[in-house]
Design a protein around this ligand. Structure first.
Ligand code: ZN
Length: 129
């Protein structure tokens, strides 16, 4: 995979639920890594993307790799950004990852959660727009 700077790399792919529902789901996890992404949606509404289910229902035979990108505080190559997208059934909140620089095929995709992963999971994360 190769990306140019500012290109959309992928979405953080999963079901968008409320923060409360995300926290409820987080509590049901037993030891497995969490793929719940807490963020603030339009108007500061606390939301969560649940990418726990893999493969997802909508793409059973596809690799959705937003959830698999690695965390790095020092050399992040992608950055998440909240966007509202208009789907046929109405607007939806999404998180897209943009390339911060040209990324070569061989390079690993890294992003900075902004906070330590433990608190990232529980408390959510203020994306700056
Ligand atoms: Zn899907």
């Amino acid at each position: 995979m190769e990306f140019k700077r500012n290109q959309v790399v992928c979405d953080y792919h999963g079901e968008v639920v409320s923060k409360q529902e995300g926290e409820r789901r987080l509590e049901t996890l037993t030891g497995e890594p969490s793929y719940l992404f807490f963020f603030k949606g339009k108007g500061g509404k606390p939301l969560c993307i649940d990418a726990q289910k893999f493969p997802c229902d909508c793409h059973p035979d596809q690799e959705t790799y937003g959830r698999r990108m690695n965390h790095s505080c020092s050399k992040n190559s992608v950055r998440p950004q909240r966007v509202s997208l208009k789907f046929l059934d109405g607007p939806r909140e999404c998180v897209l990852f943009f390339a911060l620089q040209d990324i070569a095929v061989s390079e690993e995709l890294l992003w900075d959660y902004g906070v330590r992963r433990t608190s990232f999971q529980g408390e959510g994360w203020d994306l700056s727009w």
